[in-house]
Design a protein around this ligand. Structure first.
Ligand code: AHR
Length: 519
């Protein structure tokens, strides 16, 4: 602590005692290096994932035009409005594991005549009412780019290139005419093309060398039409969490044909896929374990990036985290659609921590897709018939919108760890960025369930004359939003910030996410 901040700390402690505020158990400092701009934080790291499973799309996004639920051409109006409000930059579809069983021709033409297939990955039946037109028009409606996952495990390169022609061809080819006959004159834009999904698992249980060869074959036949055919980003199916051998194998054998490399990482409170842990019924042991697990993302990115640097030192290839989030057990005794889970304040904190980590890796991490958008895993939104509720994770994506397109700024954080049992996590976890208007935004997490942090924030190389903040917290670590009580976890303005000698002092409440705007 500098002499100046020690002085302001003593002064504020004294002032706090005088006005009867609680004594601060934790004091911390953040210095944002406004004079050391890094890479641009691509808006696409705020991307989402919508798979054909459970009530993710069917009922979550799509209800059909005849539904009594208010809809815009079949898309739930409440969900569309909520997604527009957070400016979803890109959506990944149709999977996931489902992508490697999906045949795109099943999802075009008159809806009543589309085939009904078993959903082999997730159970139940897929009526294909939501197909190519429905997805592409949905993305257009909410203003998002598209990320299409193609079937490598059970499909062919020919099937992929026909689909791409259907999506993007502007000429008079039979496939372009077929699209027009199905109601879409102008071609759509496909921004990203995923060549297989989890090729090491549900996508075919392949070995890296075999997948790399298949990737090379498929990538060769990616010929989109349109203004700039080279603009499409080909995404390779990357590693499962820590599997750096997969990264080594795929990058060494196919790196020169890869535009983006997709890593998947899910956080489980127990780290045990057989008994992952509850979404709602947990104590401090599971709380800190989940936060600690989310922070592992940083280590993963460092290790995969180091291998990518070996084959791609100029960082041409993007690292994309095209599936991430918390994954819990289904609620016992409650019949729910597959992969449906509640979302608590804990999910908000891990979302903010993960986004903070992505900001720090902005030079290599250029897209991410949280799993998933509606009613599946760490969702933004939950629906039940006519009702909809915004989750704590949604509110973090809302608060953090200001980072989309900002320039990442390095920061130094000094805070004593929050410790429970023998698990340690940083007492304050943070990231910073400067937007086009010059405003510096700082995202902060106080992981302690019960202790506020008195935070001293300073910019180096710039002066902040004013500050505003929003805070997300709730009465308990397990607090949730429900259809009957949708406003338990929601952002509020942050009050009580003061400045002294170029430094801002504020309180981070226990178990909170805060975003500051410094001008
Ligand atoms: O997001 C759910 C599933 O998790 C995806 O389908 C799959 O890719 C991953 O294992």
């Amino acid at each position: 602590m500098t002499a100046r901040s020690l002085f302001s700390f003593l002064l504020l402690s004294w002032a706090g005692v005088c006005v009867g505020q609680p004594a601060y158990a934790v004091d911390a400092q953040v210095v944002v290096h406004a004079d050391r701009p890094g890479a641009v934080i691509r808006p696409e790291i705020y991307g989402q994932f919508a798979e054909q499973l459970g009530h993710g799309i069917d009922q979550g996004i799509w209800v059909g035009e005849a539904s009594a639920i208010p809809n815009i051409k079949g898309y739930r109006k409440d969900v569309v409005d909520a997604l527009k409000a957070i400016h979803v930059p890109v959506i990944r579809w149709p999977g996931g594991c489902f992508a490697d069983e999906y045949h795109w021709r099943d999802g075009i033409g008159p809806r009543g005549q589309r085939p009904v297939r078993r959903n082999l990955s997730w159970g139940g039946e897929e009526n294909n009412a939501f197909g190519t037109h429905e997805f592409m028009d949905f993305a257009e409606l909410i203003g998002a780019k598209t990320y299409i996952g193609v079937n490598v495990g059970g499909g062919t390169a020919r099937e992929m290139s026909d689909w791409l022609e259907y999506l993007t061809a502007d000429g008079q080819s039979s496939i372009a005419r077929e699209r027009r006959a199905n109601g879409r004159d102008k071609p759509w834009k496909v921004a990203y093309l995923g060549i297989g999904n989890e090729a090491w698992g549900c996508g075919g249980h392949m070995r890296p060398a075999y997948y790399a060869d298949l990737y090379r074959q498929f990538a060769t036949f990616v010929h989109p039409s349109g203004d700039d055919p080279s603009a499409i980003v080909r995404v390779a199916s990357g590693a499962n969490a820590d599997d750096v051998a997969w990264t080594e194998g795929v990058m060494s054998a196919a790196g020169e044909l890869i535009d983006a490399y997709g890593v998947h990482y899910y956080t489980l409170p127990t780290q045990d896929w057989k008994k992952k842990g509850s979404a709602t019924d947990f104590g401090e042991t599971e709380w800190i374990a989940t936060l600690h697990g989310a922070l592992h993302m940083d280590d993963l990115l460092n290790r995969h990036s180091a291998i990518m640097d070996k084959y791609d030192p100029k960082k041409r290839v993007a690292l994309v985290v095209d599936e991430w989030g918390n994954w819990y057990d289904p609620q016992p005794g409650v019949a729910s659609p597959p992969l449906y889970q509640q979302n608590s304040l804990r999910d908000a904190l891990t979302a903010a921590m993960t986004l903070n980590i992505f900001h720090a890796h902005a030079d290599r991490v250029r897209m991410a897709n949280i799993a998933q958008m509606v009613n599946v895993l760490q969702a933004m939104i939950l629906t039940d018939q006519k009702r909809m509720v915004l989750t704590p994770t949604y509110h973090v994506f809302d608060m953090y919108q200001v980072f989309q397109g900002a320039t990442s700024l390095p920061l130094d954080v000094r805070a004593p760890d929050y410790v429970f049992g023998n698990v340690h996590v940083p007492g304050v976890q943070a990231s910073a960025g400067r937007d086009a208007a010059g405003v510096v935004h700082v995202g902060l997490v106080n992981p302690s369930p019960d202790k506020p942090v008195r935070l001293h924030v300073r910019l180096s190389g710039a002066q902040a004359k004013s500050i505003k903040g929003r805070v997300l917290t709730a009465p308990a670590i397990t607090s949730i939003n429900t259809f009957d009580h949708p406003g338990v976890v929601k952002p509020e303005p942050l009050a009580g910030m003061s400045s002294s000698g170029g430094e801002w002092v504020l309180s981070l409440p226990p178990r909170s996410v805060v975003v500051l705007d410094m001008r």
